[in-house]
Design a protein around this ligand. Structure first.
Ligand code: M6R
Length: 360
């Protein structure tokens, strides 16, 4: 069942090229245009703003998707469903509420959807499970087609969520602004290349050899800008979830406002570079290096400055920034997996956690 892999998590990490291929198959045309059968051109023409509601890894995928919408001028917000369920955001006449949930059964997310429906919002589920409660209760559904995920730690479903949300986002941008997003063809091409690019990361990642070096530190910090920010949050979540080591993720811009006080030689900092905001991102790494922290950087293989600044460099194929984040996240999945494996953790069933959280 695990196809010879020691854990479902490793199997599912390795399934990502296939999962991504299924997610995007038939949904991107040769000219880069998006084709989503349930959402033809104009399907979102009257949308005024987008509110994502989601938990955990799915929330990080929502934050990732939000970047593109906002950058292209569509008002978009990504809420943690647990908080939205108690303090919902105001819903306008044309607000679209998008529930991002792998299982489609997360209680907080369902509660948020129910609130949104009552307030009159149009609701859309982005989920992996056909026939799930979210798919049934929302007005529409977009399936990410990642295939079943058994490991408690979400891996392939994050990648597929990001890819599916990027297509949905492109359709929304086109409908709301009246034209495709700037550089949409290059972006679409990068998403089409993702299965191949992820395969390369999986084959060439040096992570299994590195994991031992940074074992037993005080804490682990993950930072990033742009889509590197949600990826940093996701890297830290996965790390704490399966290694039980203390890990925190935050936007690089937050460093000076508190977290920097914790940075020492004994707190490795993992920095995610998405290829944008390079100057500022490099400056943040200088700040943590000046406090003696070992820096593990992840970025496009061609970025010489990043490579030179870091103690360890985990390269990913050079591509569009919106695809770089997915590739960087694959390296982070491998970091968490290999460290947890060295520590002998119950990788597929971490303590105190369930695959699907069906209570509020
Ligand atoms: O099924 P969902 O996507 O709604 O689940 C949301 C979270 O519970 C889930 O992503 C959780 O954070 C994972 N265990 C993370 O690996």
């Amino acid at each position: 069942e695990r196809d010879g892999y020691e854990h479902y998590m490793l199997k599912e990490i390795n399934e990502q090229p296939k999962a991504l291929d299924r997610t995007i198959r038939g949904r991107i045309q040769d000219d880069g245009s998006v084709s989503l059968s349930s959402f033809p051109l104009g399907a979102f023409a009257d949308v005024s703003d987008v509110q994502f509601v989601a938990c955990g890894t799915s929330h990080h995928a929502a934050l990732y998707a939000r970047e593109h919408l906002v950058e292209q001028g569509v008002p978009a917000y990504a809420f943690r469903a647990g908080e939205y369920a108690t303090t919902p955001a105001p819903i306008g006449e044309n607000t679209l509420v998008v529930a991002v949930t792998q299982s489609g059964e997360t209680a907080d997310t369902l509660q948020s959807v129910r609130h949104a429906r009552e307030a009159g919002a149009r609701t859309l589920a982005v989920t992996n499970v056909v026939g799930s409660t979210a798919a049934r209760e929302c007005d529409d559904a977009l399936f990410i087609r990642a295939g079943p995920e058994i490991g408690v730690a979400a891996t392939k479903t994050f990648s597929s969520q990001v890819a599916a949300l990027s297509l949905l986002g492109e359709r929304i941008v086109e409908d709301v602004t009246g034209s495709p997003s700037e550089g949409h063809a290059e972006r679409a091409a990068a998403f089409r290349r993702l299965p191949t690019d992820v395969q390369r990361v999986l084959e060439e990642s040096p992570v299994d050899r590195l994991a031992d070096e940074y074992r037993g530190c005080d804490a682990y910090f993950f930072i990033g800008r742009g889509v590197g920010h949600p990826v940093a949050l996701e890297g830290a979540l996965k790390f704490k979830e399966i290694t039980y080591e203390h890990a925190e993720g935050f936007g690089s811009a937050q460093l000076k406002h508190g977290p920097l006080a914790l940075v020492t030689e004994d707190t490795p900092v993992v920095a995610v570079f998405d290829g944008r905001h390079q100057g500022k991102a490099l400056a943040n790494v200088e700040e943590v290096r000046a406090r003696g922290a070992p820096v593990i950087a992840i970025g496009g293989e061609g970025s010489r400055e990043v490579r030179e600044l870091a103690d360890e460099f985990l390269p990913v194929p050079d591509t569009h920034p919106d695809a770089t984040g997915v590739l960087a996240n694959v390296q982070l999945q491998l970091v968490s997996y290999h460290v947890a494996d060295l520590l002998g953790r119950a990788i597929d069933k971490p303590r105190n956690l369930a695959k699907s959280v069906t209570v509020e």
